[in-house]
Design a protein around this ligand. Structure first.
Ligand SMILES: [Zn+2]
Length: 401
């Protein structure tokens, strides 16, 4: 052995269905393409990247070989919307909601109180547990928002802790107006755009705002996104979750990477997304499931030409699932997506929503992030809902679960 750490290439062969989201026979692939799958396939990972994919009969040799025994292999899920830095839980609120009480944005405040009171170690261990859950269920890239601190110090520590588990860190100081501001939205927005932003921007990539009745209006949302951009952050937004509103229009005007929720859209909103410069509509079916609310119609967006992602929105209030397989099943069953559309939205769609080109596909040159299902095709994620089908996870070419 010349070098102890010399890398080894890995061939996974005898794959029943390999979902690549990449054109066949391309020498190198620079970003996710449309849904694409190869039957009786193989893939080679080398130096953390996809080095080759194609029919198993044509596979090159590699240092190590894994026999998939006819199972399906997919790109790892890209979960582009999650709120994982928090303490406490709201199981009783969920039970009350299922007994008939409505969901409102104000429930966030109980998590804010618990988060502020928690030590760094409590927040860190909660974050590690949720990140581990995600990985075991096939999520190899995820976004993580602040937004349960809502003071300069607590938001700054939230983005710092998030940065320990993902590079996709979002500053969401504008999640809800904290109780101590007593409804003075303007004064709180000044803090979010000023001292709090200055403390958080060095540790974040994205700026987000909850644009909704009971949270922040259009002008406040514009101010938060503009201030974030001036500090070097890229915009994304919570829009049109609880009712019709200006959020989607604000997102498109701002050139946001994503407008998230999109549950209540006008035809004008759909047209704006379709004509936008890369603003993805990120649908969060776990939220409608967990709040017993009407689902958005994904086909309306897809047939208009809008790029659609699906994500978990894992958070302690409106949706406490970390499972992208569940979200795929809900998107198919409840939002009228085909199984291919839902899997694309959970992989390549999430990558688009994070403006990532290296994940969400398995074209040559992509990051070696993939999952193996104990099933012959991607359709089983919806066909067998609730069954833990993810049987292997590779991240950057290394088996991690
Ligand atoms: Zn959210």
């Amino acid at each position: 052995m010349l070098w102890q750490y010399a890398h080894v290439s890995l061939l996974i062969t005898n794959i029943g269905e390999l979902v690549t989201n990449a054109p066949r026979d391309a020498v190198s692939v620079s970003s996710p393409g449309p849904f694409e799958a190869i039957a009786d396939a193989a893939i080679v990972l080398d130096a953390g990247l996809v080095a080759w994919s194609g029919p198993a009969a044509e596979a090159p040799a590699a240092d190590e070989v894994v026999d998939a025994a006819g199972r399906a292999v997919l790109p790892g899920f890209v979960d582009s919307h999650a709120h994982l830095v928090f303490a406490g839980e709201r199981g009783a609120e969920f039970a009350a909601r299922m007994a008939g009480l409505p969901y409102s944005a104000g429930g966030i405040r109980s998590t804010v109180a618990a988060t502020r009171a928690a030590s760094d170690d409590v927040l860190r261990s909660n974050l590690a547990r949720l990140a581990g859950e995600m990985l075991a269920q096939g999520t190899t890239t995820f976004e993580c928002k602040s937004g349960y601190g809502l003071t300069v110090a607590d938001e700054a520590r939230s983005v710092t802790l998030a940065g320990e588990v993902t590079p996709e860190v979002t500053y969401l100081g504008a999640h809800v107006v904290p109780a101590e501001f007593d409804g003075d939205v303007a004064r709180y927005v000044d803090l979010v755009c000023g001292e709090m932003l200055a403390a958080c921007a060095p540790s974040a990539k994205w700026v987000d705002v909850f644009c909704e009745d009971g949270a922040f209006g259009a002008d406040e949302a514009r101010a938060v996104l503009a201030a974030g951009e001036a500090a070097g952050l890229q915009p994304r937004i919570h829009a049109n979750q609880l009712g019709p509103g200006p959020g989607v229009q604000v997102a498109v005007e701002a050139g946001a990477a994503s407008a998230d929720h999109c549950t209540f859209l006008s035809d004008t909103d759909v047209d704006a997304l379709a004509a936008s410069d890369g603003t993805v509509a990120t649908l969060l079916p776990g939220v409608e499931f967990s709040t017993r609310s009407p689902y958005p119609d994904a086909q309306r967006l897809l047939s208009a030409g809008v790029t659609v992602a699906i994500a978990s929105d894992c958070n302690p209030g409106s949706c406490f699932t970390s499972s992208m397989p569940l979200c795929v099943a809900l998107a198919v069953r409840e939002m009228r997506m085909t199984t291919a559309e839902a899997v694309w939205a959970a992989t390549a769609g999430g990558a688009r929503a994070l403006r990532r080109t290296d994940v969400g596909h398995l074209g040559t040159g992509a990051r070696g992030d993939l999952i193996m299902l104990d099933a012959p095709s991607h359709a089983y994620l919806a066909y067998r809902p609730g069954v833990p089908l993810v049987t292997g996870v590779w991240r950057s070419g290394e088996r991690v679960a």
